[in-house]
Design a protein around this ligand. Structure first.
Ligand code: A3P
Length: 318
């Protein structure tokens, strides 16, 4: 899984030897096109860059890890498929984790050096990516496909990432150091980091090209879910009809995809992804501001200073 760095193709091994490295006790990260990846992740990134062919009707859900990807997958899957899959007790989300409904290009479809046959994907195809904007496959830039980017307060992302990494770490490795991981995160060294460049890449492009990229924040989705769900539907050219509005479909979708509902489903309490990761790993607290329970005041200030400096003048703040 994503913490293994001992498996890389020959092509990837040759590239790895030329890239800057940062070692932690858990894993070695490699800097490729200005962002940090494990060897295994890099294999998927390369395969996807080389082979993925975007279609104009594709929709890509882009996030940095732990920014709310699971929630976004659930919401967009439900929105797009609401005609074929109405919200009943037989809805696919009731029996399947969102990650198995919306695959990652680099982690799932193009992982392990495979080149998938995507012919069975009906249009509009829905994919997920952690790739930074500048490293997207060329055809994603060139086609008319759409991207939805979801970001989250980097302090909450850090805490979420630390918990997730600990949960998924191999049994024989001791607990991952909070301080060491924090120090690296502040230097930009984390999966698909630096976090500020990941966010800014999509933010700037969303300002230049709002038809192509819808930029969302986890905190805004929490605060005004109806507003942002309607924005999402508009953006994907499937706005809610007056009839749907009257029937309360907006609230039905939000309830189905809510943290409380998804976390308590049997599939997410006891099930595993096809990749073997336990579904519970994707549902921890699901709150805004949980960082206050883990970061010291100094750590919080340190990250705030970095956020302020890096986002200065961009119009974006957390
Ligand atoms: P916490 O660790 O802060 O609880 P990702 O999906 O990108 O891996 O991000 C995981 C984070 O999103 C976790 O945050 C998780 O609890 C939260 N999350 C998962 N499902 C959610 C949902 N339906 N609504 C809100 N947050 C959710």
């Amino acid at each position: 899984h994503f913490l293994r760095d001992d498996e890389a193709t020959q092509e990837c091994q040759a590239l790895l030897s030329t890239l800057p490295k940062e070692k932690t006790r858990l894993i070695t990260l490699h800097k490729y096109q200005d962002f940090w990846y494990s060897a295994r992740q890099l294999g998927g990134v390369l395969a996807c860059q080389q082979h993925f062919q975007a279609q104009d009707t594709d929709i890509h859900l882009a996030t940095a890890p732990k920014s709310g990807t699971t929630w976004l997958k659930a919401l967009v899957f439900t929105l797009l498929n609401r005609k074929n899959c109405p919200i009943t007790k037989d809805h696919p989300l009731v029996t399947t984790n969102p990650h198995d409904l919306v695959p990652f290009l680099e982690f799932d479809l193009y992982a392990n050096n495979q080149v998938p046959d995507l012919a069975s994907f009906a249009s509009p195809r829905l994919f997920s990516i952690h790739l930074p904007f500048t490293s997207l496959p060329k055809s994603v830039h060139e086609s008319a496909c759409k991207l939805v980017y979801l970001c989250r307060d980097p302090k909450d992302v850090f805490v979420s990432l630390w918990h997730f990494s600990n949960k998924l770490r191999p049994q024989n490795i001791e607990t991952i150091s909070f301080e060491e991981t924090f120090h690296k995160y502040c230097k930009g060294v984390s999966f698909f980091g630096p976090f500020w460049d990941h966010i800014l890449g999509y933010w700037k492009e969303s300002l230049r090209n709002p038809e192509k990229i819808l930029f969302l924040k986890y905190e805004d989705l929490k605060e005004q879910p109806r507003l942002h769900l309607r924005r999402l539907a508009q953006f994907m050219h499937c706005p809610f009809s007056a009839k749907e509005e009257t029937e309360g479909v907006v609230d039905e979708i939000l309830e189905l995809c809510s943290f409380g509902n998804l976390r308590n489903l049997e599939v997410n309490k006891d099930g595993k992804l096809s990749s073997g990761v336990e579904n519970t790993a994707f549902f921890r607290r699901g709150e805004v501001g949980d960082w206050k329970n883990y970061l010291t005041a100094e750590m919080g200030d340190q990250l705030d200073e970095i956020i302020e400096e890096k986002f200065y003048g961009s119009g974006l703040s957390f």
